[in-house]
Write a protein that binds this ligand. Structure first.
Ligand SMILES: [Zn+2]
Length: 195
């Protein structure tokens, strides 16, 4: 029987979908790629399918993930970029040999140099991170308003006022917390006659 692992939180931006494989960084952290196979699964659903992954490749992937998280967070709060994170992102970008392929339907696909080359897949994610951190794309890096999350996400809303990394998780939880707090206030007010 296959063990049950936490689901992925996928978005439109590969770099921040990748950093979202570790959630609740400021609370009870949830590791969503706990094994090499889960990284293989994540890459498959992200259009970067590989056949296998070693423990060392998983470690490299997590190192890249945390570097993207650190650099993107620094960008979101307008802080200086951490040098070590820049090195790791650049190394990953340089080491991969992935090619963009145009399909007959007019879509872009990634072709890796070999099916076992996790490094190629990581280079695509590193390049994606570079383009959003460099401010080349239409959108703004921001931090999730949930105090236990503070995940970095790429806000493409017109007003650039998105608050949550994910509306279905952090956004919803916050809404429920507010609802419960109001409920409690109303009940207390009803009991004490202060409305
Ligand atoms: Zn969040």
């Amino acid at each position: 029987m296959r063990a049950r692992f936490p689901d992925f939180r996928l978005g439109n931006v590969p770099a921040t979908s990748f950093t979202a494989t570790l959630t609740e960084r400021r609370g009870n952290a949830v590791e969503r790629i706990p094994t090499p196979q889960r990284l293989v699964d994540w890459l498959a659903v992200s259009g970067l399918a590989v056949e296998s992954c070693t423990t060392a490749q998983l470690e490299l992937a997590r190192e890249l993930r945390e570097s993207i998280h650190a650099a993107a967070t620094a960008t979101a709060i307008q802080d200086a970029l951490p040098t070590s994170a820049i090195h790791i992102i650049n190394d990953c970008s340089i080491q991969g040999r992935a090619a963009a392929i145009l399909t007959p339907e007019g879509n872009r696909q990634w072709r890796l140099s070999s099916a076992s080359c996790v490094e190629d897949a990581l280079s695509v994610i590193a390049a994606d991170a570079i383009s959003i951190i460099a401010g080349e794309r239409d959108g703004k890096l921001a931090l999730c308003a949930s105090p236990t999350c503070q995940a970095v996400f790429f806000d493409t809303s017109q007003s650039r006022t998105r608050k949550w990394c994910d509306m279905n998780t952090c956004g919803n939880r916050q809404k429920k917390a507010r609802f419960n707090a109001n409920q409690h206030k109303n009940e207390t007010a009803a009991r004490t006659g202060v409305i």
